[in-house]
Design a protein around this ligand. Structure first.
Ligand SMILES: [Cu+2]
Length: 144
């Protein structure tokens, strides 16, 4: 008789512990989800706003923004703000076969200092690009 009571009590303690931990799991789970979605919204506003036209500037420190989002059928305007010639090229260097829409179908889109050029992009995906004359300068544009 005593043995059965002990087992029953142990069962009661265990099930209340389970309820408590389930409660905590639920609470921390929902807190985490809220934090994540707030963070994602902030990131989207700062780095991945989708628009019909983006301008990507090349200067001595590389491309800015290094990543951007544009709608399919939108445009990318390349601006060379550096004091050197720029050679906009689709990845991968040196074959440039990924997406030459970025360079208006050309192997390299040459930009003199101060020059700019606008191209139309239609192929959806994330496309890497670089400066063919300085391949360590790179970035990507996502076409949505
Ligand atoms: Cu290249």
């Amino acid at each position: 008789m005593l043995g059965i009571r002990k087992i029953l009590m142990a069962g009661a303690v265990m099930s209340s512990a389970l309820v408590l931990s389930a409660c905590n799991l639920y609470k921390s789970g929902s807190n985490t989800a809220t934090g994540d979605s707030t963070q994602n919204q902030t990131q989207q506003q700062s780095t991945s706003q989708v628009s019909d036209a983006v301008t990507i500037t090349l200067d001595e420190s590389g491309f800015s923004p290094a990543t951007s989002n544009v709608n399919s059928d939108g445009s990318v305007t390349w601006t060379n703000s550096s004091e050197k010639n720029g050679g906009i090229a689709s990845d991968p260097h040196p074959t440039h076969t990924s997406n030459q829409e970025l360079t208006d179908g050309q192997f390299v889109l040459n930009l003199a200092p101060g020059a700019s050029a606008t191209v139309t992009v239609t192929k959806k995906g994330t496309w890497g690009f670089h400066d063919h004359l300085n391949p360590s300068a790179k970035g990507s544009v996502t076409v949505n």
